[in-house]
Design a protein around this ligand. Structure first.
Ligand SMILES: Nc1ncnc2c1ncn2[C@@H]1O[C@H](COP(=O)(O)OP(=O)(O)O)[C@@H](O)[C@H]1O
Ligand SMILES: CC(=O)OP(=O)(O)O
Ligand SMILES: [Mg+2]
Length: 400
């Protein structure tokens, strides 16, 4: 958020459509930059949908709850968002809409103005991200109908990782599959790009150094940032790979998938449901996918789930450090990374052999730097802002 005070040149709306939620933000554009005006969230779209819009200070501007048990589609949620914004800001002029689109495939390595042809190509990528891409594209289609004169820009989760070397993108499958697009793409790129944009101010040594960034939200991944560019990601071909997540399994032996299908008689759809929706923190704990609930629980399996989450982070951290030729610092971001001090404490405790030393008070306060001056490796907490990153990209794409 900037402190822009000069004349407004219109608003940019940002839509981040997830599998069960739809987040939106409105930014005012001026010569000084982008200023957040409003942000909101329609969540629980599967069963217990509710909507809330807030001003930048967190004051609630509007709420709505749908009937419990009703499944609200993204179209209905977006209709509601548009009506709510029109009610709160009558006469609002949208200069553009920026969208988070999870998959850009091999073709889209930068934000793209959406034309019907581009939308068709993005639709063709649905098989690469079946649980994210359809929800990302639904609001674009709807906005084409409802707001045909407003330009739309697609901003990709995969784009920031296109800087990874071919070797880092390659699976050891027969080579033709690589050419056909079966490769490690990496996701959460808008979040990593935002963090990279913050490093020169927050941690200048990391901006030009070797940083491992942990985006720990409901989906979780880690990225190796070398000189501010992505050189490795724990997420792969899909958003299933890598770290333990809320309901996703993270890295597993592909032999397990074969076993479930061949020996246990599960269908591909059953396996997909299990790996995406019934695994991870929820699967291990049997209690919840929500880190807050697990940290507050006395259930042994809730504790085990948290331990597994930490274990996988530390294992991947070692891999990223060697891929970068060393480690100058670590950045935590995402809902868990920004707020779950006990998780950060456990990760840094596992790095004690390496010389990392936690500042317990700073960690408890979610301070920006949570290690002592004597620590060999600095550890930071930097809140992410995928929406601001999308708004910036959207303006740049319009100017281009
Ligand atoms: N104060 C907190 N303590 C521990 N975990 C938290 C806290 N606040 C949020 N989280 C966790 O953050 C996760 C959601 O992260 P978020 O980045 O908001 O998710 P999404 O990927 O849906 O955007 C949940 O597991 C939630 O429990
Ligand atoms: C790519 C991905 O995992 O996204 P999310 O964290 O929004 O589920
Ligand atoms: Mg997320």
């Amino acid at each position: 958020m900037t402190d822009a005070r000069s004349a407004s040149t219109g608003m940019v709306a940002v839509v981040n459509a997830g599998s069960s939620s739809l987040k939106f933000s409105l930014f005012e554009c001026s010569a000084d930059g982008l200023t957040l005006v409003m942000r909101g969230l329609a969540q629980g779209l599967d069963s217990a949908a509710r909507f809330e819009a807030k001003d930048p200070a967190g004051k609630v501007l509007a709420t709505h709850a749908w009937e419990a048990g009703q499944r609200i589609g993204h179209d209905a949620a977006l209709h509601h968002v548009i009506e709510a914004v029109r009610g709160l800001l009558p006469g609002v002029q949208l200069r553009a809409i920026g969208h988070r689109v999870v998959h850009g495939g091999t073709e889209f390595s930068a934000p793209e103005l959406v034309t019907p042809e581009v939308l068709e190509k993005l639709t063709g990528l649905i098989p690469l991200a079946p649980l994210h891409q359809p929800d990302n594209l639904a609001p674009i289609r709807l906005a084409f109908d409802l707001l045909p004169d407003v330009p739309q820009v697609a901003c990709f989760d995969t784009a920031f990782h296109r800087s990874m070397a071919p070797l880092a993108q390659m699976f050891a499958l027969p080579y033709t599959y690589y050419d056909e697009g079966l490769r490690r793409y990496g996701f959460h790129g808008l979040s990593y790009e935002y963090i990279a944009s913050r490093l020169p101010d927050v941690a200048p040594a990391l901006a030009s150094g070797r940083a491992a960034v942990m985006h720990l939200g409901n989906g979780a991944s880690a990225c190796g940032l070398l000189d501010g560019r992505s050189i490795a990601s724990t997420m792969g071909f899909s958003a299933l790979d890598g770290l333990t997540m809320g309901t996703r399994c993270g890295a597993i032996d592909p032999g397990v998938v074969l076993h479930l299908i061949q020996q246990r008689g599960m269908s591909a759809a059953d396996v997909e449901r299990m790996l995406y929706r019934q695994s991870g923190l929820l699967g291990i704990s049997g209690v919840s996918s929500d880190m807050r609930t697990l940290l507050a629980s006395d259930e042994p399996r809730a504790k085990l789930a948290v331990e597994h989450f930490v274990y996988r982070i530390v294992r991947e951290l070692g891999s990223l450090a060697f891929a970068m030729g060393g480690l100058d610092g670590l950045v935590f971001t995402g809902g868990i990374g920004e707020h779950a001090a006990p998780v950060r404490q456990r990760v840094v405790a596992q790095m004690a052999w390496f010389g990392a030393e936690l500042d317990a008070e700073a960690n408890a306060a979610n301070a920006t730097c949570i290690t002592t001056p004597a620590s060999r490796c600095a550890v930071y907490v930097i809140p992410t802002d995928e929406e601001l990153m999308i708004a910036r990209h959207t303006l740049r794409a319009l100017d281009a």
